[in-house]
Design a binder for this molecule. Sequence first.
Ligand code: FAD
Length: 363
Amino acid sequence: MNINIILSIDSATIKASPIIDYLIIGAGLAGSSLAWRLGINKYNYKIFDSRNLASASQVAAGFINPVTGKWMTESWKIDSLMPKAKAFYQDIEERLGINIVQDLPIRRYFINQEDPIRARRRIKNPRYANYFDPILEKGSNPNGIIDDFGSIPIRQGSWVNVPSLIQNLKSYFKSQDSLIDDTFDANQLEQNGQHWNYRGIKTKNIVFCQGIHTRENPFFKDLPIIPIKGDVLDIRLKDIQLPLGLYYKKRWLHSLKTKNQDFLYRIGASYDVGNSDTIPCSSAREELVSVLKDMLGTNLLFEIEEHRSGIRPTTKDAKPLLIRHPTHSSLFAINGLGSKGSAIAPYLSELFMDLMGKEFPKF
Ligand SMILES: Cc1cc2nc3c(=O)[nH]c(=O)nc-3n(C[C@H](O)[C@H](O)[C@H](O)COP(=O)(O)OP(=O)(O)OC[C@H]3O[C@@H](n4cnc5c(N)ncnc54)[C@H](O)[C@@H]3O)c2cc1C
């Protein structure tokens, strides 16, 4: 087993013996977006990713929703993030001949009497003008979801199939001889004048995009990342067929079609602050089943097909981190994508390239 790994590293190393521009650690949304952009801009790069480490991007639901949270507020920088993200993913789709992003109709159900009052206030605010359709009064446009207080459709949402995106990008990086499928051990890094040496790979810069695994990195272990565990269930509903889209009532319920064109429903996500255990959790499953029954009725017939967990790498103020190491100016970290990686990753990779050679801010 070990011999195989050493051989694969050695073969990558021989081809990489000239000094490369960038070594990226982590092929989740953050690292893959950066590697893609570097490649398009003709930089040479290698990207390490370990299939044995947990990755939030493998579990990400992939929604880009302009209005979120209990108070139905605009997501951070969403006006500029959303068009950038759509253009970025569409470019990948075109160049690789794949489908990974689609428009997502969103209907948010009110859960108390204050919600419609708040929604009416939001609708009058010009900042929200592009994001809301008129309120649907209680009981209108029925679809099977219990509707006690009415609902509001949200416009301009998108769904990025993140696991499929990552799988396709990794295949592409592999085809470019840029992907190294191994765990990177930052303790083995050696600085050699202007470049870094890692087991024979020489690079000018290293960008750590490790999600919660930054805690094991001696250079960036103190990043203020808060792990937030999320569980998701894939379910089959027996008697109900909801139109494709996203329904939000306490939690979200995503109606989607599989490759075989049959309906699949996904419900999520639990939100367990401080928990970084990646094993699916029975209490989260019970919570999600209870939300599902609140939405569709206690007599609902359903089957749980899959239960997954992931850890969101989050920050206290929910803003991402783009950081240059204080003493090693060629070491960087991109992290803290939180619950919004699909919208934020394309922006951060663009910003990273704009900022090269300049001062790096903390958001
Ligand atoms: C349940 C759930 C639902 C979510 N839903 C949404 C959503 O609807 N919309 C949205 O935008 N976001 C959502 N997110 C958030 C999204 O998943 C994250 O923001 C995003 O995936 C973070 O990406 P990342 O690249 O920073 O981290 P990760 O995806 O965790 O990637 C880090 C990568 O680094 C690799 N790595 C780390 N250390 C090493 C090492 N030493 N050597 C080699 N490889 C290493 C890991 O293997 C991993 O692949 C959700 C997250 C969860 C858990």
